[in-house]
Design a protein around this ligand. Structure first.
Ligand SMILES: NC(=O)c1ccc[n+]([C@@H]2O[C@H](COP(=O)([O-])OP(=O)(O)OC[C@H]3O[C@@H](n4cnc5c(N)ncnc54)[C@H](O)[C@@H]3O)[C@@H](O)[C@H]2O)c1
Length: 430
């Protein structure tokens, strides 16, 4: 029987704890660089977004000629006030030769790691190499990972953090100090960015916010500051004063997607940007003197090649990050190769009858093995199961068979166990 390895949330957390979160992010930066260097070979498309009043649910597919992958992810900025995460995700890899899934993983933690690694890759290419201080605007779920990404990429150990929620700010300070960072709990966004070499905006608000102004960047931050803008990632959801973009060199993941979802939605179509893969491969320059050949990137990492001169030490760079499918696919493949077997579970996810054309044989075999079904609708009842007059109404029968399917999926023997579990979930959700 083909089973599909599955990495759940607890196992992901254990894997990260074993390896060390910064070490994982550092290795992911290299994995991303290697895949960005293969950009022209990859299947690329803007993600499919389903918007609703409270947020968005997105599907993010990509592939090469051997491995397909997609991520399911949501973004609901008001979720934390209701006790839920703003972002949750899971992802799948599949073999393009037969289309069978080969790996299934939670991707909420993995998204935080990959987003930190993507910011790290951008910073390695675009920030000044002598950067020492990071301003973090927004100290929710992504923030510790973003801090670790900057330490992995640039050796940054000083944080200046700001959040409109004092509880979130205190949480970041607590976690970051435990990780060895020196933390300044700022009294405002302007206080946070004062003297910063890198600014990461990771706020969640479904509006065109101005978390960072041009005045802060020009007058308060260190000259030559690099900005990672990660929270503006949906139509109508941005963080930056557009004048910052107008005065900066702007880098994106995949331009067609970022034009719709990123800070770029505030700029005219003709506003020029550089895709990050072009810097990874040396087609376009990053900041002079920064970076080294990404491990596994293949081609030599030439500086100053391309239409524009290499960026100098005083120019502002912006990485307008929205999150792109290639990053999740690279992460899933990295995790699949790195996670030890003892952390994986195996799911019976692929139907495999002996005769590939006899899918019904699975139902037949289960029916022969199973007990009579008291809730079955008349047409489905096995001979002798129940008298026609005793059969449940069709709606009830559907409900009952859905309940039994759910019980089987959850590995519960009967309805009582399922009800207890669902009641527990409802109680936790309030
Ligand atoms: N670019 C990417 O690849 C990527 C990946 C993951 C998440 N995101 C985005 O990053 C953002 C942060 O995600 P998260 O999971 O940390 O969310 P979160 O809800 O856990 O944290 C967001 C924080 O922003 C704070 N905030 C809101 N408005 C603010 C403001 N004006 N100034 C300062 N702080 C403010 C909130 O109080 C909260 O603590 C979200 O918008 C999410 O959609 C982007």
């Amino acid at each position: 029987m083909t089973t599909v390895p599955f990495l759940d949330v607890a196992a992901t957390a254990r894997w990260v704890a074993r390896r060390g979160p910064q070490a994982v992010i550092a290795r992911l930066i290299d994995a991303l660089a290697a895949d960005f260097a293969r950009w022209p070979e990859l299947d690329k498309r803007a993600r499919i977004a389903s918007h609703s009043r409270d947020g968005v649910i997105e599907l993010m597919p990509t592939s090469d000629d051997t491995t397909y992958g997609f991520k399911f992810v949501n973004g609901h900025p008001r979720n934390p006030a209701r006790g839920y995460q703003t972002v949750t995700a899971f992802g799948v890899l599949a073999d393009v030769r037969n289309g069978y899934p080969t790996f299934l993983a939670e991707m909420t933690l993995l998204t935080a790691l990959r987003t930190a690694a993507t910011s790290g890759l951008a910073a390695r290419l675009l920030a000044r190499p002598d950067s020492r201080t990071l301003a973090l605007l927004g100290t929710g779920s992504q923030s510790e990972f973003q801090a670790l990404g900057m330490r992995a990429a640039l050796g940054i150990t000083r944080l200046r953090a700001w959040d409109t929620d004092p509880g979130a700010l205190a949480k970041l300070a607590r976690n970051a100090r435990a990780l060895g960072f020196e933390v300044h709990e700022a009294s405002s966004a302007a206080d946070a960015v004062t003297g910063a070499d890198v600014i990461t905006t990771c706020t969640a608000d479904k509006t065109n916010a101005t978390v960072l102004t041009q005045e802060m960047v020009q007058a308060l931050a260190h000259p030559g500051v690099h900005v990672n803008a990660i929270g503006g990632d949906c139509p109508g959801k941005t963080e930056l004063d557009p004048r910052i973009l107008a005065g900066a060199d702007v880098f994106v993941e995949y331009e067609p997607q970022t034009r719709v979802e990123g800070e770029l939605q505030q700029m005219p179509e003709a506003f020029g940007v550089t895709e990050l893969w072009e810097v990874v491969t040396g087609r376009r320059p990053g900041r002079r003197g920064v970076g080294r050949t990404p491990a596994g990137a293949g081609a030599p990492f030439e500086r100053g090649v391309g239409e524009r001169a290499a960026l100098d030490a005083t120019g502002v760079t912006v990485f307008d990050s929205v999150g792109f499918a290639v990053e999740d696919w690279a992460t899933l493949r990295f995790v699949h190769d790195d996670v030890p077997a003892d952390l994986l579970r195996h799911l019976d996810l692929v139907a495999e009858p002996d005769d590939p054309k006899d899918l019904f044989s699975l139902v037949r075999a289960a029916d022969e093995a199973g007990a009579p079904d008291p809730d079955a609708a008349p047409g489905d009842a096995a001979p002798g199961d129940a008298a026609p007059g005793d059969a449940a109404p069709a709606g009830r029968a559907d409900d009952a068979s859905a309940r039994r399917a759910l019980d089987r999926l959850m590995g519960l023997a009967g309805r009582d166990g399922r009800d207890t579990l669902l009641a527990g979930t409802a109680a936790r959700r309030g």
